[in-house]
Design a binder for this molecule. Structure first.
Ligand code: 0RA
Length: 645
């Protein structure tokens, strides 16, 4: 290629690059999922992923995430630093290529083990395109290099700004508020949870997070340091901290099968819930996939073989099903796949066929060894499985009773349900109301065409502590199943939820705005999380927000949802009378409609699952036996004000 041709080639390339960046700005959701709170936080994960890749390649062991005072965000690592020399093909610095070319990533560094995928792994250039301002600072070759960008456009060529013996990369970006449909305001909790998770998934990398917007009582910035020496083993112990462990230790292994790195850690506890969390290239695969099915197969096969060989199943009258092997099991499966195929509705289901046998083999080897070396634990596990099988038979009978009622139409609906007139689920709402008296008020106040009311009596069963058959025998839970029109369990999968006949697309939990009310709301949420998680994932579950105060002065009358709003009203009216609503029962039907049920004025909070693994831990902790961690969590989070999981 002549110099002239090269020049031409370069400009053609740069036009292509520009088009790529423009496309990101035109269709941001294609790259980061959405332009809401989730997408905003994805930007951070994307930048951190690059540093994690550098750590996985063995060149970096410390990553610092800093939320700056102005809600810009910095990620700093001690890796090799993005190369700043001129990239031969592109004619500009490699740094500029990485920052402004869609999909350039670390591609030109073939030796590095880079396995990003899913929504992450789209490259830091996407973050650049969606930032009103971004600055890259590189510590490399004894110098400090810098380049800045605006909406992905380079502001000046790479320059040196000083000398330093440090090594590493620091990216500081300010998300573009013309792109995002949410305030540019990072959640410390959300980011810290992800950093903690990443530190478990990438052992021996120190990850810190600092929030320069907030100081603690001693005047220091809020900050946490995450470091895991034992990786998944510690992750499982962390998730199960408030559950009672059945075996003497966490079972874990790390191996490589057919070129696929596989890591697994698992432990049995005394609960009845199955907690499997799977990751591909550090991304939580909520919908599972081939790695998860490989795990299940390996587990079932190995335990079944051991149990049969040990003679412990001799007098068993029941067939043991796959589910029985996973009751009370907490496990994490993490694989690294070079070219992951993500499928499913949310693109979080691994499709690569070859991964299944790799995981299944790895799990079989790990478990076979463990069972042989720990005969006492082995016996405990098999006995737990047998108990689970017995309980499952009891549960399936109870469940059939519920379902027989559900399949009947009309007459099958619970007597306490005041149904709505319309039948199109998309238009219909159901309010799950604490107590018969508030239920009565809600029934009077509702718009009966599309709002149904189901009063629930007192505290509903804590499903976290109850065996499944007790759950299906519980009156309040039975009436929820029948009212909603969903069934659970098929021949193959006893936990599969059938939502085809779901009767409402808005399911609103309406409880008193006090500590008791929030406890009941949490009990109901726990039930949905453990037994109807899909309803949460589909975005059907809401929490009503009744007001805390009514402030009156003369003809002026306004509601307040917080102490601050109440004080503001007092100021606005120049004094006034405060009525405090201790419960829904203190409101009349009209007030309840105006403030809490009328779609035009109410503010409901949609329940979303930010991080499934953490949500699981929080529910088991909130609803489990141990009091101290629960008290600590409530004091720290004041869950009444923050019930969103
Ligand atoms: C490509 C090549 C090399 C380093 C990186 C990418 C790199 C990228 C990022 C992004 C965040 N932190 C990073 N650290 C390193 C280095 C190639 C070499 O030095 O031989």
């Amino acid at each position: 290629m002549s110099e002239e041709e090269k020049k031409h080639d370069y400009s053609a390339d740069s036009i292509q690059a520009l088009e790529g960046m423009e496309h990101v700005r035109k269709r941001p959701s294609m790259y980061i999922g959405d332009v809401g709170v989730r997408g905003l936080h994805h930007l951070v994960y994307e930048v951190v992923d690059n540093s994690i890749d550098e750590a996985m390649a063995g060149h970096c062991d410390a990553i610092d995430v800093i939320i700056n005072e102005d809600n810009s965000l910095s990620v700093k690592d001690n890796g090799r630093g993005i190369p700043t020399g001129i990239h031969k093909k592109e004619g500009v610095s490699a740094l500029e290529v990485v920052m402004t070319k869609i999909g350039a990533g670390g591609k030109f560094d073939k030796d590095s083990y880079k396995v990003s995928g899913g929504l992450h792994g789209v490259g830091v250039s996407v973050v650049n395109a969606l930032s009103s301002h971004l600055k890259a600072t590189i510590y490399r070759d004894g110098k400090i290099w810098e380049q800045e960008y605006s909406q992905g456009k380079t502001l000046y060529p790479v320059k040196t700004v000083g000398n330093s013996d440090d090594r590493g990369t620091m990216i500081t970006f300010k998300a573009d508020d013309t792109v995002f449909q949410t305030e540019i305001d990072f959640s410390y909790e959300t980011l810290a949870t992800r950093m903690r998770e990443l530190s478990f998934l990438n052992q021996r990398v120190r990850i810190s997070i600092t929030d320069k917007r907030t100081k603690d009582d001693e005047g220091n910035f809020i900050r946490e340091d995450f470091y895991s020496e034992d990786g998944l083993k510690e992750f499982v112990a962390y998730l199960d901290a408030t559950r009672e462990q059945l075996t003497s230790e966490v079972i874990s292994m790390e191996s490589e099968k057919n070129g696929i790195p596989v890591e697994v850690a698992m432990v049995y506890n005394t609960s009845y819930t199955e907690n499997l969390h799977s990751y591909v290239n550090n991304i939580n695969t909520h919908e599972g996939g081939t790695h998860l099915s490989g795990f299940r197969r390996g587990l079932t096969h190995t335990l079944k073989k051991y149990a049969e060989g040990s003679g412990l199943l001799k007098n068993l009258k029941f067939e043991i099903a796959g589910d029985d092997f996973r009751e009370g099991l907490t496990a994490i499966i993490s694989v690294k796949v070079a070219e992951p195929q993500f499928e499913g509705q949310t693109k979080t289901k691994l499709g690569n066929r070859e991964v299944s046998s790799a995981v299944s083999q790895a799990v079989s080897e790990m478990l076979t060894d463990y069972l042989e070396e720990h005969p006492d634990d082995a016996k405990i596990i098999v006995q737990k499985v047998i108990l689970a099988a017995q309980a499952r038979h009891a549960a399936s009978k109870a469940r059939e009773m519920v379902q027989r009622k559900t399949v009947m139409t009309g007459g099958g609906l619970p007597g306490k349900l005041s149904d709505c007139a319309w039948t199109d689920p998309e238009k219909c709402e159901i309010f799950l109301v604490e107590g018969d008296s508030a239920g009565g008020t809600a029934k009077q106040g509702r718009e009966r065409n599309f709002q149904a009311i189901l009063p629930l009596r007192g505290k509903i069963l804590n499903v976290e502590k109850a065996m499944p058959h007790k759950v299906f025998e519980n009156e309040e839970i039975k009436s929820m199943f029948t009212a909603l029109g969903v069934t659970i369990g098929t021949e193959e999968d006893s936990k599969a939820l059938n939502m085809e006949k779901l009767r409402y697309h808005k399911i609103v939990i309406m409880c008193d705005a006090d500590v008791d009310g929030s406890h009941i709301a949490t009990l109901i949420l726990t039930f949905f999380f453990r037994y109807m998680k899909e309803l949460i994932e589909e975005g059907y579950i809401y929490i009503a927000a009744p007001p805390l105060y009514l402030v009156k002065k003369g003809k002026n009358k306004e509601y307040a949802w917080s102490d601050e709003a109440r004080d503001a009203l007092l100021k606005k009216f120049d004094g006034g009378i405060i009525q405090r609503y201790k419960g829904l029962g203190e409101m009349n039907a009209e007030q309840l409609w105006d403030t809490t049920m009328n779609p035009e004025f109410r503010t409901m909070r949609q329940v979303t699952i930010d991080n499934g693994t953490e949500a699981d831990r929080v529910f088991s902790m909130l609803m489990g036996d141990e009091v101290p961690p629960r008290r600590e969590f409530i004091e720290k989070n004041a869950i009444y004000a923050n019930i969103d999981i």
